[in-house]
Design a protein around this ligand. Structure first.
Ligand SMILES: [Zn+2]
Ligand SMILES: [Zn+2]
Length: 311
């Protein structure tokens, strides 16, 4: 068979694609310890991938199944290699595709509180033998990843936040909470990677189109964290940090690695990525904590997968 030569410009493009794939694989291998990727996060839908390169977990499945499956495929993770699906609470922006994903990820345990499972119709489709009830302060291990639940302060039945630990790396996800309780703060203060809610800019919410009772609900202790409240919690964490030993990841230059923060669960009506980043940075700057000096910070995209963030 006669093989046509590949045109030069096409060959260059193929080589570039190959290099990109190789870079992505190398990038992922660098995060063999523990990393998190936002598949998409906003008040309209949330899902994260947590991986150590061997064990893969999904935290919340509030996006379409199509989006989550595409993100898994992009990460080169087959659906039957997902070992756990953790659900924080029953609001639709966290459970939208639990029916599809629990069926497709046929080897995954589904972890949620009793309150969440019993107050969400979609849970009737989750195979009973793979459903595991979890409570605040419960701990379990899937693969080499240690998982801990903690109570959130939110208008749901029994909402849980989760932290993930492997060796000396800890990732914590705190969204959908109206206030940072002592229990939540205990998880935040020892985290190396923190996904933190920056839901709304208070002035945008107050001036915005929502009915008054909804505004009150969002602003209440069972609602969502504002950009300022997020910045204050981060300031407190950075104040406590020098006394901690957990942040002992050496950088190449011998200094300690900086904590990595991902702002998440932004309201699509009462916030913008620009506002969230600006207000949180302002609060931190005022307290003498500066981006790329004392911490790293990104904002999660609403409907696009972000980079793997980990150590
Ligand atoms: Zn939510
Ligand atoms: Zn919620």
């Amino acid at each position: 068979m006669h093989v046509l030569p590949v045109p030069c410009h096409l060959q260059i493009r193929l080589n570039l694609q190959k290099q990109q794939v190789q870079t992505d694989i190398e990038h992922r291998q660098k995060f063999m310890n523990l990393a998190i990727q936002s598949i998409g996060s906003s008040s309209s839908g949330n899902s994260y991938l947590i991986t150590d390169g061997t064990t893969h977990l999904l935290l919340d499945v509030g996006l379409s199944g199509k989006n989550i499956r595409a993100a898994l495929a992009d990460a080169n993770i087959s659906e039957d290699a997902v070992s756990g699906i953790l659900v924080t609470h029953e609001h639709v922006d966290h459970v939208k595709s639990i029916r599809m994903m629990s069926r497709i990820c046929e080897n995954a345990e589904v972890i949620a509180s009793r309150g969440t499972a019993h107050n969400c119709d979609k849970f009737q489709y989750v195979p009973e033998d793979r459903l595991r009830y979890f409570s605040a302060q419960d701990e379990t291990r899937i693969g080499d990843i240690q998982i801990k639940g903690f109570a959130l302060s939110h208008d749901a039945s029994e909402p849980l936040g989760f932290s993930f630990r492997k060796d000396n790396t800890k990732i914590t996800v705190v969204t959908d909470t109206g206030t940072v309780t002592d229990e939540i703060y205990e998880e935040i203060r020892t985290s190396d990677v923190l996904v933190m809610e920056a839901n709304h800019e208070v002035s945008m919410l107050e001036m915005g189109p929502y009915p008054y009772p909804v505004k009150r609900r969002i602003l209440s202790d069972q609602g969502h964290l504002s950009n300022v409240a997020c910045g204050e919690a981060l300031t407190r964490m950075l104040e406590d940090r020098p006394s901690l030993s957990l942040a002992g990841h050496p950088c190449e230059d011998g200094k300690l690695a900086l904590p990595k923060i991902l702002l998440a669960h932004l309201s699509t009506t009462n916030n913008t990525p620009f506002n969230a980043a600006l207000t949180v940075r302002d609060v931190l700057d005022q307290n003498d904590y500066h981006k790329n000096v004392n911490f790293r910070m990104e904002v999660a995209a609403k409907s696009a997968a972000g980079p793997l963030i980990g150590f």
